[in-house]
Design a protein around this ligand. Sequence first.
Ligand code: MN
Length: 238
Amino acid sequence: MVMSNNDKKYVIPPAPQPYIEVAGASEVFPVRRIWCVGRNYIEHIREMGQDERAPPFFFAKPADAIVHDGQTVPYPSLTKDMHHEVELVVALKSGGRNIPVAKANDTIYGYAVGIDLTRRDLQIASRDVKRPWEIGKAFDGSAPCGPIMPASKIGHPTKGKITLKVNGQIRQDGDLNQLIWNVPETISKLSEMVALEAGDIIMTGTPAGVAATVAGDKIECECEGVGKLTVTIGQPLK
Ligand code: MN
């Protein structure tokens, strides 16, 4: 077990450390930052009407946007079009700057399946006036994530079905072998932009089939060989 250490005295209580469960373990994975890849599956780029040859880009969510397996996500404020985006999540045990593609897998602790929940109407409104995406992407509860499966147990998956069902109906059905920028390339590229660190996680982009979800929906995700995630969309907070 690893305890945090910091000898500072705080003027207000520090926020709890966000975390993700680890499959088969009582210890949990401490989340430092949540990075997300935009446009990393060709069919999703087509459904969003975007340039198929542009390189992917990154945005971020706050670490405390994590929602755990089995929990309820309150329907967020201000939107009438919250979309699900099922994604492979990569959790880092180390980091660095300018990580070579060939060394990138060495930084990976494990993998999970997560959802990049998106207030699509607000994201598109921001995009259209060239404003930042935070209000569409980085809201409270916007990052449900299932338990992390350590790479020490499964290696580094490069193929396998990734699916999302709403109330038992398949909505998204992709395969990890459809990633335009694979996981090592994604880590390498992101490490050119920021110094990656242990505890950072990366949501690697969504396959086609994104659509709206509403209060009462049961969302079930699975990534073959990696794990599962089930969350329920709840009523808006009063
Ligand atoms: Mn996404």
